[in-house]
Design a protein around this ligand. Structure first.
Ligand code: ADP
Ligand code: MG
Length: 627
């Protein structure tokens, strides 16, 4: 038999390796930022176009590369960071595998300009799919500029697999923030499509956090500090009253590397025990320093997990340190952002006069009020009032015309069909609506447990889940509006001003067009302010923050195999936050509207999240039950 084993050509091998290192624009951003830090940069600039799909450029003022090194850097396993295997146990650089540049160059158009200190001229190299196109001398500032264009240009399947710009941008910003938070002593800037997203001068940790998450963050932070033989803890937790329901800033850094750890997260959550509002998540920025010999950072380029030798001790220490800080923040001096103390600790409270802890009572809290359904969206108790749900039927205004078209289920018209519930057997569960009780109720629908709508059809009866059904109706309506662009806005007398973090605003900016097609009119979007001048007629002003929060959290949690398109996410998310919930009483008109609109939908039987919207029970089913 002839020999059949061949060595893969380099460019093929590189492309295969790239699959591991480069999954999306954010992976490129991470690798390049880390290279700039390893090069000792004091200022790093990230420029991104189309969420990194068109361009990712990193400009640093680090040590640069010589002519030969510049060429070598694109070879696989070419690294300046380790020389022997022993170096692996004594790492103080982020990279060492020598794979990133080779991998990136295999799947993109790359342009490198670099000049080391002292050299008169620099080197300019262009590579496309591992092939060197240009190598020439050039004038360039000291440091390195690396531009990665048209990622996955030669792997269409990978390119198509990328998600919407808003989702990819979210990942890019996440990586940027993690690196920027780990290195407050380095200046960072980030630009997206010519707009400036972040401008972070070098400073202390608190200034960095505030630079990223906005000025209001300052007053929310509680310092955390502890030093023991095995561990140093520094950083901040966010006061419990500012915790968020669906989004939260949760950052652990171990020896300046961002890591994820469900176990340590649990320790923090345990420290907040009893302090967090229902379903809220703790936010924190915690920096742990441990002896590198006692951890095994999984150095796979895309992994952020870590193993500690003595996890239990860390858990206990973290928990008690945070508990201690939280217990003291009410008597800690107000933290002054301008003071240049990197980590104000509350430990000097002994020198201060005693301040009685404040007890805050929420007088509007009513435990008997109907509980909002889970995942209603992050509520921001401080800047908006409870949505006015009683006016929900306004959403149907103008929809009557479509309501009966294409209906696939025929409803009986006779009033008598409602008699089933008037027998007195089940008066509690099926409550004909008060407003119509006593008068002649022409309705043939009933509400069951304030959750289901029961109606009769020719073959028997149909039981509709009001929340899921309404989601379907709104989803199709929004989808139509977004794609056909024919929605109506109501101009607001006074513009609505909401505050969001830079990241959140960038995401909103990405979705702006879609939102405008549903009827939103935006004014100024800058700093941390979002100004809204007009809203869709189908929502009330107080629902706006709910809708936007839900949208942001849906984008964040979007799972890889769910809705690829941004339009779809937008429509789903708006439908979810605006749909009438279980527990809300519907009058007969609203019920009828909902039923008619549901069956006028293209796909009435399933909700946008693929749940049943209704079930039918036929006469035969009933006959069988009574046998
Ligand atoms: P690694 O970071 O694992 O060494 P990379 O492929 O990321 O591998 O980079 C290869 C080499 O190129 C690095 O070891 C470093 O010497 C050089 N290099 C990469 N980026 C920069 C940069 N921004 N400034 C200076 N040198 C760089
Ligand atoms: Mg590297």
């Amino acid at each position: 038999m002839a020999d059949i084993i061949k060595l893969l050509p380099d460019h093929v091998a590189n492309q295969i390796a790239a699959g591991e290192v480069v999954q999306r624009p954010a992976s490129v951003v991470k690798e390049l930022l880390e290279n700039a830090i390893d090069a000792g940069a004091s200022s790093i600039k990230l420029i991104v176009k189309d969420a990194g799909k068109t361009l990712i450029q990193i400009i640093d003022d680090g040590k640069g590369m010589s002519d030969t090194d510049a060429r070598m850097s694109f070879e696989r396993h070419a690294t300046s960071k380790i020389t022997t295997a022993d170096d692996l146990f004594n790492l103080n650089t982020k990279g060492f595998r020598g794979e990133a540049l080779a991998s990136i160059a295999a799947v993109a158009h790359v342009a490198l300009k670099t000049r080391p200190e002292g050299a008169e001229v620099g080197t300019h190299i262009e590579i496309e799919g591992s092939k060197i196109i240009t190598q020439e001398v050039c004038a360039t500032p000291k440091g390195t500029s690396l531009a990665v264009k048209n990622l996955f240009f030669n792997i269409p399947a990978r390119r198509n697999f990328l998600k919407s710009n808003s989702v990819e941008l979210r990942h890019v910003i996440d990586e940027f923030q993690r690196v920027a938070l780990a290195h407050p002593d380095i200046a960072f800037a980030m630009y997206h499509n010519e707009g400036e997203l972040f401008q972070l001068p070098k400073g202390n940790l608190k200034q960095r956090i505030v630079g990223i998450f906005g000025g209001k963050t300052n007053e929310k932070l509680v310092p955390v500090q502890e030093e023991t033989d095995i561990l140093t803890i520094n950083g901040f937790v966010v006061k419990p009253e500012f915790s968020k329901k669906t989004r939260g800033e949760q950052f652990f850094f171990v020896n300046d590397r961002f890591i994820k750890s469900a176990y340590l997260n649990h320790a923090v959550t345990a420290a907040f025990d009893g302090l967090l509002p229902d379903r809220a998540r703790a936010s924190y920025f915690l920096y742990l320093k441990v002896d590198p010999a006692t951890i095994d950072i999984n150095i796979h380029p895309t992994k952020t997990e870590i193993k500690f030798d003595d996890e239990h001790a860390l858990y206990a220490m973290l928990r008690s340190t945070i508990k201690h800080s939280l217990g003291q923040f009410s008597i800690a001096p107000v933290l002054d952002f301008n003071r240049d103390s990197e980590l104000d600790t509350p430990y000097d409270y002994k020198n201060k006069g005693v301040v009685t802890p404040k007890i805050e009572v929420d007088r509007t809290f009513n435990p008997f009020e109907s509980v909002p359904a889970p995942k209603r969206g992050a509520q921001r108790p401080d800047d908006y009032e409870k949505p006015d749900v009683t006016g929900w039927e306004k959403m149907y205004e103008g929809m009557e015309s479509q309501a009966t078209a294409g209906s696939t289920v025929t409803f009986e018209k006779e009033v008598s069909t409602g008699n089933m519930f008037e027998s007195g057997l089940n008066t509690k569960a099926a409550a004909p609506i008060a407003s119509t009780a006593g008068t002649q109720d022409e309705s043939s629908t009933y509400q069951l447990n304030k959750k289901y709508i029961v109606s009769t059809i020719k073959s028997g009866m149909v039981i509709i889940d009001q929340h899921k059904a309404h989601q379907r109706v709104l989803y199709e309506e929004f989808l139509r509006n977004i794609t056909v662009k024919e929605s109506v806005s109501q101009q607001l007398l006074f513009p609505l001003t909401l505050t969001y973090s830079t990241t959140e605003l960038a995401l909103i900016e990405e979705l702006k067009e879609g939102l405008e097609n549903t009827g939103f009119i935006f004014g100024l979007i800058s700093g941390d302010i979002l100004e809204i001048n007009g809203i869709p007629t189908s929502i009330t002003e107080s629902q706006v923050p709910v809708v936007i929060d839900q949208l942001l959290s849906d984008l964040e949690n979007e799972v890889p195999d769910s809705g690829f398109s941004q339009t779809d996410t937008l429509a789903k998310s708006m439908a979810k936050s605006l749909a009438v919930k279980g527990g809300e009483t519907l009058d007969s008109l609203s019920r009828e509207h909902l039923v008619n609109s549901l069956f006028a939908c293209k796909e009435p039987s399933i909700s946008p999240t693929n749940k049943k919207t209704f079930i039918t029970i036929t006469g035969d089913d009933l006959d069988r039950k009574f046998k």
